[in-house]
Ligand binder design. Sequence first.
Ligand code: ADP
Ligand code: ZN
Length: 432
Amino acid sequence: MFNPEMETIAPDKLREIQNARLLATVERMWNNVPYYRQRMQEAGISPADIHSVEDLPKLPFITKKDFREQYPYGMLGVPRDQIVRIHASSGTTGKPTVAAYTRADIEAWAECGARCLGCGGGNASDVFQVSYGYGLFTGGLGMHYAGEKLGAAVIPTSAGNTEKQLMLMQDLGVTLLCCTPSYALQIAEVAQRLGIDLHALPLKAGFFGAEPWTDAMRRHIEQAFPLKALDIYGMTELSGPGVAHECLEQNGLHVWEDYFYPEIIDPDTGEPLPDGQQGELVVTCLAKEGMPLIRYRTRDITRILPGRDCPCGRTHRRIARLRGRTDDMLIIRGVNVFPSQIEDVLIRIDGVLPNYLITVDRQGNLDTMEIKVEVTEQSFTDHIKGLEALRDDIAAKLKSVITVGARIVLVEPNSLARGLGKAKRVVDLRKL
Ligand code: ADP
Ligand code: ZN
């Protein structure tokens, strides 16, 4: 562990830290963030009403919309001259979401990231390749600072130029790798094309996140690389990657609860849900200065695993693998479908490659779904009967899980577009 004392802290000690930090955060918001003070006043509360994390449900939520309205500096918890870094999320529509950090925020973020790397057995003797994009996106620089904090030798390759990445990976003896799971697959594909034996490399752990992925995808990556593929969660508004991370048990992601307090709510009513129940993740940042956040609605769907006992010894609660955002959910003929459910079915089928593209459209009043699926070279060269059988098998298995039918189109290996960062899996023509 990177910080054994904090990672295995007794729950009552942890609670004391959380309460003290929450009170300081509420004070900071009340004093320095006029719009949140107003929201608290509208809710009829003041900092005097908040004594512990149990009082959190009294406090108003913060949403993505608030970020948009307060763009760019309305959320700052400190004077701007204390800000040392600004990142922004992709913001596909309109203005990006800006995140601002003080020096202490950068330190705290690196601390959380270093704990994540420790979850995969990382330590100062490791060689760590950061293949998340560097720039406004938080992935690259976030993990870079995490790696330096750990004391590893950090290689800032960023995403792209995959052949060079592979050369460095071999020559420098990379042991830890981080990137999106879809980019990991692309690295594996290029290695295969170049005849590079990834299993001859000293890789031991991979830190994959920034997009939803499945256990089936994990098995695929673990077959391609000689590493433990671990899930890392975060988002720009909360600081970036490193909010929660899987340990080697690969059974839920420990949330670094001295920095991030998780709640699960019913996304429709906003009511808190008990541990174990699935809903929308709401996070309170307990130590953020530059952009303090109380009860931020992440829109990510997960549940808190009940209890604090994990065989790894860490006492911080775990969340289940994220299945996607409330707004990734497709409603097809009235049925709720997450792209990750489709991925889970596809990847388990022999002859299918983990690359697919879902296109949703509407004909008349009827929603239609088409899924292009890459199949292996071998299945593709099979005679037409074999391909038809594979297609029917995919369609039947999918229908049994998601209940709505989809038109399956099998395509050649390497025919769907590859990206360097977050994979684009869905085109919803109804929304265009
Ligand atoms: P953007 O909003 O532009 O995508 P971010 O990089 O901040 O910017 O994306 C954060 C989002 O990425 C999260 O809210 C979540 O939906 C997704 N995400 C991050 N890590 C994971 C993960 N390990 N599993 C599933 N989804 C993830
Ligand atoms: Zn654990």
